[in-house]
Design a protein around this ligand. Sequence first.
Ligand SMILES: NC(=O)c1ccc[n+]([C@@H]2O[C@H](COP(=O)([O-])OP(=O)(O)OC[C@H]3O[C@@H](n4cnc5c(N)ncnc54)[C@H](O)[C@@H]3O)[C@@H](O)[C@H]2O)c1
Ligand SMILES: O=C(O)CC[C@@H](O)C(=O)O
Length: 312
Amino acid sequence: MNNRPVVLVADPLSPVALALLGSDVDVRHCDGTNRPALLAAVESADALLVRSATRVDAEVLDAAPRLKVIGRAGVGLDNVDVQNAALRGIAVVNAPTANVVSAAEMTCALILASARHLLPAGTALRQGRWERSRYTGVELSGKTLGVIGFGRIGTLVAERMAAFGMDIVAHDPHLGGVSPDGVGLLPLEELLRRADVITIHLPRTAETIGLIGRAELAAMKPTALLVNVARGGIVDEQALHDALVSGRIAGAALDVYGQEPCTGSPLFELDNVTPTPHLGASTSEAQDRAGVTVVEAALKALFEQPAGSLAA
Ligand SMILES: NC(=O)c1ccc[n+]([C@@H]2O[C@H](COP(=O)([O-])OP(=O)(O)OC[C@H]3O[C@@H](n4cnc5c(N)ncnc54)[C@H](O)[C@@H]3O)[C@@H](O)[C@H]2O)c1
Ligand SMILES: O=C(O)CC[C@@H](O)C(=O)O
């Protein structure tokens, strides 16, 4: 069928979501991280579907005269120029709840892995070294978890880690001093001083970039573990490297990086760092939910008449 709206899929989406696109649209694929390919393909696109890898900035919007809707299959919208899209009348839809359980479970996995040195101990064993005393860990029960950003994922992490016997404190200035479930809200400096494990669950915004830098790392306990499953750039990676090398803090687990994909970093050389390649949302359940949410929203934007235009 000719004249079908073109839906450009620029990051891998779940097969369930792709099947839902159906035959009323012309589905095309490109690698959104390949800039020339993206700029060429978006020219004929009526809808653009992405995850976190494709950057949808002014240059992409300039190259997309037909675009009506951008679907972001996940939570963070920091890779989409939302304001610019709005000025052009392009709808932007995301899936704000689709992957939050997966991201929270990933965070808990990284907290446990860091506390018990699972990655370096397993790596040593694969290399033939049985290093039991080197990898003595710490218990989490009775320790304090500091959650920076107490929204959907931060709350889910707190609930889960409370089941391990952790005391929970949080920092979130946007909650107006009132936290769900009576969790103590603290100023950032106090949380940094008190927490044994600190986990970050913030959007990347002008306000949060560089929020955890040298001064904040210096305020933490020398035994502290820092976990970031939110966004790269919120933690200053050079300052973190220095703090980990000098023993200023004990360890870190990172799912996200200032530049992605990140295939080489001095942080990856350190035994007390547990790195993962932005896997927080990478479960089949989360990807199905996120993909279906944005496909449904994109089809609605393409085929439903906006209110007020029906009589025209
Ligand atoms: N690693 C992954 O795969 C993965 C998966 C999902 C989400 N994420 C990231 O996690 C982030 C958080 O997701 P969410 O669903 O919990 O979002 P959310 O909007 O529910 O919660 C974010 C919280 O951060 C708070 N906040 C904003 N600025 C702050 C600041 N300067 N200091 C303290 N708190 C601040 C907000 O008030 C809000 O309560 C997303 O924006 C996304 O970037 C990563
Ligand atoms: O699956 C992805 O692309 C990661 C998405 C995740 O970082 C999010 O913000 O939802």
